[in-house]
Design a protein around this ligand. Structure first.
Ligand code: SF4
Ligand code: SF4
Length: 313
């Protein structure tokens, strides 16, 4: 497996990990038409084994859907059911499901299975078929942009079942397409941060904004509508109306805003008058520093002249 695959691709499998052993990732690149022999059902001897001792990273869409399912606010959900983590070995803050009990199980697992199955997180749906997406990653080859791979962990007996599917059929059954669409831009933010490496630092304010937008859309909406945001950015009335009412639209908008403010991506425009005011402010600051530098130079020169005079005397 290439370094690029390890380091630069958006890897759906990294949202969930039980075992850090990379040998559990099969080295074969799969397509949507590749065959998969796998089935998970209450009859497997390992039923719910994969819902314990795991790290399940939640995407903003997962948080939105799960908090709606439980009928609580996103901030209450994050406080009660998650704990902080860092995303993809970067300094980007995120959340993972908080494991509970002696067996360190997911808070939603019971002996009968998952109590939030229809709204389970993205990571639980992908397993055991991961997806690597190189868009904006390391590869320039369009054909190489996306492929799938199989995760085969010893505890998972689903691989011993006889049912065969194509990867396409499996993904449709798990309902991952909508998740891919909803998570794509957010995962790209994380991968952009990862590809910048540790040399480029992200300010604490930027990290706070990323965390807030990723985990608490109510507060993000408050920020949009009760700050100078709409006076500063050009946002068309149709978008304003949508993000006021629709959480998914607001979430997708937050990804655009974060890409713009954190990484200078396009898609957001500062209003002309605000831009002019900012340019003026910078110019004024520059003028002031120039004046200050000139003044310092004059003072230094006067001091040098004074010393020369003293020496002559
Ligand atoms: S959310 Fe459901 S499927 Fe996912 S780990 Fe928890 S119990 Fe298992
Ligand atoms: S078959 Fe695999 S995915 Fe299904 S419960 Fe067992 S460990 Fe989990």
């Amino acid at each position: 497996m290439s370094d690029t695959f390890e380091n630069d691709a958006i890897q759906s499998s990294t949202l969930k990990s039980t075992d850090k052993n990379p040998s559990n990732i099969m080295p074969e690149k799969l397509t949507l038409d590749s065959s998969l022999q796998f089935e998970c059902h209450p009859g497997v001897s390992c039923f719910t084994a994969c819902c314990h001792n795991i790290k399940i990273i939640l995407t903003p869409y997962d948080i939105l859907i799960l908090s709606r399912r439980l009928g609580i606010t996103a901030s209450k959900f994050v406080t009660e059911y998650t704990e902080p983590t860092y995303l993809e070995k970067t300094d980007m803050p995120g959340v993972q499901l908080k494991l509970v009990g002696e067996k360190r199980g997911c808070p939603f697992v019971t002996p009968e299975g998952c109590t939030v199955y229809e709204d389970r997180p993205t990571a639980c749906r992908y397993y055991p078929v991961g997806m690597a997406d190189f868009h904006e990653g390391g590869s320039n080859d369009a054909a190489e942009e996306k492929f799938f791979f199989l995760v085969k962990e010893p505890h998972c007996k689903g691989h011993e079942e006889s049912k065969r599917w194509t990867i396409r059929e499996w993904r449709a059954d798990q309902g991952v397409d909508i998740r891919d669409e909803m998570n794509k831009e957010w995962l790209r933010l994380v991968m952009r941060r990862k590809s910048f490496g540790h040399q480029a630092s992200l300010s604490e304010a930027a990290k706070r904004m990323f965390f807030m937008a990723s985990t608490d859309l109510d507060t993000f909406r408050d920020f949009i509508f009760n700050s100078s945001f709409l006076d500063t950015y050009e946002v068309d009335p149709e978008t304003v109306a949508k993000i006021k009412e629709d959480d998914v639209e607001l979430m997708l908008f937050s990804f655009r805003y974060l890409a713009n403010t954190l990484f200078g991506a396009g898609g957001m425009k500062i209003k002309e008058d605000k831009l002019k005011a900012k340019v003026e402010e910078i110019k004024e600051r520059q003028d002031e520093s120039l004046k200050k530098a000139e003044q310092e130079y004059k003072e230094l020169k006067a001091e040098r002249d004074r010393m020369l005079q003293e020496r002559k005397a």
